[in-house]
Design a binder for this molecule. Structure first.
Ligand code: KIV
Length: 272
C-alpha cells in the first residue's frame, strides 16, 4: 500500500522550520543518506523529509575503512548530484574531517556545500560551539552531531555506543544543550542508549535525529545502502533491511518512511 506523508500537506521544499513545527506537534520525520541523483529522486519521491549527504560516502561509495579520507571536493560533487534531483526534502551536507578546524575554514567550506553543492544545511561532528556560532552568524544553517563521532575513530578506537556511564551521559546532555544554544537548527545523535537519547530529545527544543539512539528521537536517519541491504560490510545492529520484505526499492523507502513516522522503527532490537 503506498504511503504519502507531506509536511504541512504541501509539496513545497521542506525547511528546517517545517521540521521544527513537526517536533512541536509530536510528529516524527524520516531522513536517509543519499550520494547520487537517482537515489535522491527515489528518496524524495518516497516522502522522506530530509536527505543527508553524509561523509559515510567515504565508506559506502569510495570503499575506505573510515570516513577520514573524504575531501571537500568529494562532498561538493556528491551534494550537487543529490540536489539536482531533490525537489522537496531538506538537504544536509557533511563537512568532512579537518575542514572546520577554524571558524574561517568552516565558513569557506560550508559556503562551498551551499553555493556549489546546493545544500540547505551543513552538519559537523562534536561540540564545536564557537564554530557553530560563527557559521550561524554568517547565515548558515547548522546541524550538530554527537554520540559516536566517526571522524574521531582514531581517538575512540572502535565504533561503539557512547554515553553509557553517568559521567559521559551528563557530558553528552551538556554538549547537546551547548550546540542548541550556539544556534544549531538540528542535532544528530549516533549510537547512544535509548534512555539518554529520550532525555536529550525532551530537553532540546530543536529536532533530534537518531541513528542507533532509540525510538524517542524526533526523527531517524539511516545509511541508505544499509537499509537496502547493499552495503559490503556487516549491517549495524541499529539498521534494518527494508528491501528484504519487498522486491521494490520504492516500496522499501516508503515502508521505512511510514515505519519511522508511526514510531514502528526503530524497535528495541535496533536500540541500545
Ligand atoms: O555520514 C553519515 O552518513 C552520517 C550518518 C550516519 C548520521 O553522519
Amino acid at each position: 500500500m503506498p504511503h504519502s506523508y507531506l509536511t504541512s500537506n504541501s509539496s513545497q521544499p521542506v525547511t528546517h522550520l517545517d521540521l521544527l513545527t513537526m517536533k512541536q506537534r509530536g510528529e516524527k520525520f524520516a531522513c536517509l543518506t543519499a550520494y547520487d541523483a537517482s537515489f535522491s529522486a527515489l528518496i524524495d519521491a518516497a516522502g522522506i523529509d530530509a536527505i543527508l549527504v553524509g561523509d559515510s560516502l567515504g565508506m559506502v561509495i569510495q570503499g575506505n575503512p573510515t570516513t577520514l579520507p573524504v575531501k571537500m571536493d568529494d562532498m561538493v560533487y556528491h551534494t550537487r548530484c543529490v540536489t539536482k534531483t531533490c525537489k522537496r526534502a531538506l538537504v544536509i551536507a557533511d563537512l568532512p574531517f579537518m575542514t572546520y578546524a577554524t571558524p574561517e575554514m568552516a565558513a569557506q567550506n560550508a559556503a562551498a556545500l551551499i553555493q556549489e553543492g546546493g545544500a540547505q544545511m551543513v552538519k559537523l561532528e562534536g561540540a564545536k560551539v564557537e564554530i557553530i556560532q560563527f557559521l550561524v552568524a554568517q547565515g548558515i544553517s547548522v546541524c550538530g552531531h554527537l554520540g559516536l563521532l566517526p571522524q574521531f575513530i582514531h581517538q575512540l578506537g572502535s565504533y561503539k555506543v557512547q554515553g553509557k556511564v553517568a559521567e559521559s551521559a551528563a557530558q553528552l546532555l551538556a554538549d547537546a544543550l551547548a550546540i542548541q544554544n550556539a544556534g544549531a537548527a538540528m542535532l544528530v545523535l549516533e549510537c547512544v542508549p535509548a534512555d539518554l537519547a529520550r532525555k536529550i530529545t525532551e530537553k532540546l527544543t530543536i529536532p533530534v535525529i537518531g541513528i542507533g539512539a532509540g525510538k524517542c528521537c524526533d526523527a531517524q536517519v539511516l545509511v541508505v545502502y544499509d537499509m537496502l541491504g547493499i552495503s559490503t560490510g556487516k549491517r549495524p545492529r541499529f539498521s534494518k533491511n527494508f528491501l528484504i520484505e519487498t522486491n521494490s526499492i520504492e516500496t522499501a523507502l516508503k515502508n521505512y518512511c511510514h515505519a519511522v513516522k508511526q514510531g514502528d522503527f526503530p524497535t528495541a532490537a535496533h536500540s541500545f
